[in-house]
Design a protein around this ligand. Structure first.
Ligand SMILES: Cc1ncc(COP(=O)(O)O)c(C=O)c1O
Length: 373
């Protein structure tokens, strides 16, 4: 049995008839930059997230960078980020030449989200030292972070909130989808994401018209009118081709997320009996976890991974090296964030995608059981 970690070709099977018609028209028109499909996708994605605005951009990393650049920040600015996230979340502020910032990494809780008790401690200790502050919570692995407490703290300590929703398209908390809680939200649309393009892409959502206008300008050289420049911007646009692919896939996102949830439930049922494994938990405060990643934790992670690999079951580690242990960000390592460090040696992500067959799930869980026997 050839198991794939993710199977994108199955998504193409679903959308190809309608996508091909639209792609054909696009090539006839050669409307590759700024084509109509971009606006259509932006409108549909905003509607999906329940936000006023959405702005398509080049990728998720740029989405965080542009979102941050759109905020009215005063130096010196604290930028608070979960310690357990992908490097892109932390890279974004370093791209902004005029941003004099202080990065703080906060440890994760049992749901792998930013620990809000530690966030509160951090704000209490540091907020007065900064003229502004941006909290960038990440809805990691498809599980919304504790956004209620995060928003309360942001209000109390006067902070901006920039959600990094790159792993949680369609996840729900407080009866709303992620992407509409903070001042602004960034999504990666990298191919393997729950909503993924056929290449690099990203999108930003917001309910704030000023931020919307600024991001639109920033993604297009800092220009809202051709040859007139309001800001130092970038070329960070979304391609029309990608907008068509994404718009077609968006129609199936709820269905595909529900399939992921079913796969996760089957994993839970089969693996529940194994004492050596900690299964992903769902916080009581959320409505919908969309399982971008199904991450288990075990002391024997490396041996288990090697065993699964021998049986041709692909697995991934999210993330093997905590940000503060990377060469670039070593200066942030103050012997804190012990949970993130410990989990980086224990976490193992099992294959998950909307088209997984029951016999594939059983083969994987039987092989894991075999390993522990
Ligand atoms: C949490 C998170 N933030 C940001 C990114 C960056 O997105 P991209 O690869 O599209 O630049 C990713 C994914 O790659 C991610 O998982």
């Amino acid at each position: 049995m050839k198991i794939q970690f993710n199977d994108l070709s199955k998504q193409w099977e679903v959308i190809k008839d309608t996508a091909k018609v639209r792609l054909d028209k696009l090539f006839e028109k050669s409307d590759f930059i700024g084509g109509k499909a971009i606006e259509v996708f932006e409108k549909n994605f905003a509607e999906f997230c329940g936000t006023e605005f959405a702005i398509g951009v080049s990728n998720g990393t740029d989405a965080i960078k542009l979102s941050l650049a759109s905020l009215n920040i005063k130096n010196k600015c604290g930028v608070i980020i979960p310690a357990n996230t992908f490097i892109a979340t932390v890279l974004a502020p370093t791209y902004l030449r005029d941003l004099d910032h202080k990065l703080v990494l906060i440890d994760c809780d049992e749901y792998y989200q930013m620990d809000v008790a530690l966030l509160e401690e951090c704000l209490e200790e540091n907020r007065k030292k900064w003229n502004s502050c941006v909290i960038i919570p990440v809805h990691l692995y498809g599980h919304p972070c504790n956004i209620k407490k995060t928003m309360e703290l942001a209000k109390q300590y006067d902070c901006f909130v920039l959600e990094d929703s790159s792993q949680a398209h369609g996840a729900e908390v407080l009866n709303k989808r992620v992407g509409g809680f903070g001042d602004i939200s960034a999504f990666s649309l990298y191919p393997g994401k729950n909503l993924g393009a056929a290449g690099d892409a990203g999108i930003i959502t917001t309910n704030d018209e000023d931020l919307y206008k600024k991001v639109k300008s920033l993604r297009n050289y800092g220009s809202s009118k051709k040859y007139y420049y309001d800001f130092l911007g970038w070329n960070n646009r979304l391609d029309t081709i990608q907008a068509i692919i994404l718009d077609e896939k968006l129609k199936y996102l709820d269905e595909w997320n529900n399939n992921r949830i079913q796969v996760a439930e089957k994993y839970n049922k089969e693996l529940n009996e194994l004492e050596d494994i900690i299964l992903p938990k769902t916080a009581p405060y959320i409505e919908k976890q969309v399982f971008h990643i199904y991450a288990i934790r075990t002391e024997n992670r490396d041996d288990l991974q090697a065993y699964l690999n021998k049986k041709e079951i692909p697995t991934v580690i999210h993330y093997p090296i905590p940000i503060q242990e990377t060469k670039l960000f070593k200066y942030l390592d103050k012997n804190n964030n012990q949970r993130t460090k410990k989990y980086s040696r224990q976490l193992l992500s099992l294959p998950i995608h909307p088209f997984m067959e029951d016999n594939e799930i059983i083969f994987i869980t039987d092989t894991i059981k075999e390993f522990y026997q």
